[in-house]
Design a protein around this ligand. Sequence first.
Ligand code: HEM
Length: 394
Amino acid sequence: LGSARRARLPPGEMGWPLVGGMWAFLRAFKSGKPDAFIASFVRRFGRTGVYRSFMFSSPTVLVTTAEGCKQVLMDDDAFVTGWPKATVALVGPRSFVAMPYDEHRRIRKLTAAPINGFDALTGYLPFIDRTVTSSLRAWADHGGSVEFLTELRRMTFKIIVQIFLGGADQATTRALERSYTELNYGMRAMAINLPGFAYRGALRARRRLVAVLQGVLDERRAARAKGVSGGGVDMMDRLIEAQDERGRRLDDDEIIDVLVMYLNAGHESSGHITMWATVFLQENPDMFARAKAEQEAIMRSIPSSQRGLTLRDFRKMEYLSQVIDETLRLVNISFVSFRQATRDVFVNGYLIPKGWKVQLWYRSVHMDPQVYPDPTKFDPSRWEGHSPRAGTFL
Ligand code: HEM
């Protein structure tokens, strides 16, 4: 780096050769004290909000404040995505986690807009409503206990498969879902590609996912060639039809990687967050009673001529929405995200050298007592009339 640039680096330590900060990072999370990792930097180097370390085989700057995260997230000239190689190999080198910036922007616009708008959400509601109701009924009828997270993931997976693939037969859905379970075990493990290790299993699961999705894509292309339409346009159709300004279409590998990523991102976090919100409500009977009363009042307000819920009904769920925001804050499923500096850039007065990786510690922001007083307490009422400052709710 040269001594002048080195002098401007954030405080921290690069750790042991090759291992760097990974051992301390994994130890903190595996021992159930995830905040211990960043706390050790704060203890040793003060509250500078940025620290240097060596993680996932790269020199890395850890950003732990709302202002720092906001700066990095908003500066598209100085930062691009910078996920670890092992994650890219699992999610897909042609998916959002690795594609070039312009392509990322284009495909993101193409795929996010149609699933986010008022009309799209209104269109998905009846299916979501039916899927949730039938899942709740099946669990109740089951008699014995059910594995709650597994069932929730199954339920959210059914919904995401409907949105992205226009549904799939039960065997395909189950095959995909089993492979995703194995993929996600590997995503949270050390990237050791040896027999018996979770990462190896995850790479195998990815190959299975690609094969299943290739089959679905081949069928879709064949049906389209014959002019047969399943009715409606799902994400697979949108990706097949997408063209850039030069008329170039996405090839099969690109379509499949984007789908591997979306199907995973769309069910895994939602399944987990639903589980945690339920756990917190069960642990807090007064909050549960308040959330239930709100639901019952909404049900009473629905005219008898209306079938199911509408988006307008959801907008009335003020307390439940506070419960969900508080769950998202406290649970921190996506506790960190990854970027890479494309040029020398300063954050909080410290240098992030060109080429270095950047980790945005959403978890530290959500657990900062200056942003959220008494941060370990589950307190949905902190969201009452509260609009979070940019960078404080990630
Ligand atoms: C509780 C629910 C969810 C949480 C907490 C969550 C959280 C996150 C976070 C923190 C990121 C990383 C952002 C970044 O690095 O810039 C992310 C990325 C992403 N999520 Fe979610 N997510 C959730 C639900 C969903 C759903 C339902 C979908 C799809 C329908 C989805 C699709 C994606 C995609 C495609 C990306 C990559 C975005 C990109 O690189 O442009 N997520 N999510």
